[in-house]
Ligand binder design. Sequence first.
Ligand SMILES: Nc1nc2c(c(=O)[nH]1)N[C@H]1C(S)=C(S)[C@@H](COP(=O)(O)O)O[C@H]1N2
Ligand SMILES: [Mo]
Length: 407
Amino acid sequence: MNRRRFISQTSLSSLATILGMEIAFGHKIPLGYTPLAVQDPDPFKLFNKDTGMTVLNNKPWNIEAKAHLLDDKVTPNKYMFIRNNGLIPENIDAKNWTLIIDGESVSKSKTYTLSELKSKFQQYTYQLTLECGGNGRSEFNPPAKGNQWTVGAVSCANWTGVRLRDVLDDVGIQSNAVYIGYHAADIHLSRNPEKEPISRGVPIAKAMQDETLLAFQMNGKDIPLAHGYPLRLVCGGWPASTSGKWVNRISIRDKVHDGAKMTGTSYRVPCEPVAPGEKVADEDMCIIESMPVKSLITYPKSGAIIKSGQTLNIRGHAWAGELEVQSVEYSIDFGSTWKPCSLQRPVNRLAWQHFSAAINNFPKKGYYEVWARAKDANGASQPMLLPGWNPKGYLNNACHRIAIKVS
Ligand SMILES: Nc1nc2c(c(=O)[nH]1)N[C@H]1C(S)=C(S)[C@@H](COP(=O)(O)O)O[C@H]1N2
Ligand SMILES: [Mo]
């Protein structure tokens, strides 16, 4: 009797797809063994990312953009950051994919296939800004553990799907519902099937917004594998950790969801400001909700050189969580004085807005910095250098800055 167990046919064919060739003796690969060529794959090829992207971590994959790569109005896949807490699910079978809606606050749980979701409910498309709560972490001092994101963990793509609200109305939600929590098919780094890499959620009011989608398309195509194929929850304007990828279950909770990375200090900041480096007790940490106002200069690339007397055209995007951005200004004197940029309205709620300015008041040759500062509808502005320090390094919405040489 042969006790050795071998790789499945589906895993073998997906390996062959990744490698772009047939694996000779492939059926002899022992179960659980990863061939060398895919142990350390080229992430840019693997995920169709631009080679200008920065890989911060490979186990799990975390990849960010650079400011100038985010110049498109709608972020294409090749420039979209990847933030994984665990391992990307293997052998996804979209045809048999199901979504379970359960939890304390449904009278009866209900299961939908992906094709039922698509055919039963009206479909909507929105441009939605997704920013990792830890974007900008690398600037905090004392440093916070975790991925050292600079400015590139933000995107605004077109997401198509059905409204979570329509699905929840179909299931029937009880009046004691407080929160939703997603569960997904990704694999814990320990490969322990009992553990979830991440299971977060949002209050019922956010879940019920028009723009909160169960999405199956990104930029008009099936969602790329790394971004949640075949089904993803998208909650624009909130920490992107609330937008569960590869989602297969949503629990309607009668209390604040207590899944992985909802409790303790995860995705929480001190409820009251603290001094840099101060220890904060878990009970004094509050869950991050809407993301703060922020902007990014996406053109030109930092380091651009112009001739004396030449106009410098800048452009970029600004966003403010649940709010609209009211104005964007720029400074060429390290924040002493500010001038207005022109700013477009968002194409829909929770989409980033585009700004631009023609700068022609550089007084002499030399080194300059262009700083951009956005203000939200409530009048809150970005801090110039750093916002309040917090133990986990979240919510750095400091002004973005580019270097310019006038020669
Ligand atoms: N299932 C699942 N969903 C997830 C994550 C994850 O690791 N697993 N990461 C979250 C975090 S922390 C972020 S910032 C966003 C990143 O989305 P992206 O990789 O599509 O840019 O996905 C969120 N959804
Ligand atoms: Mo994140």
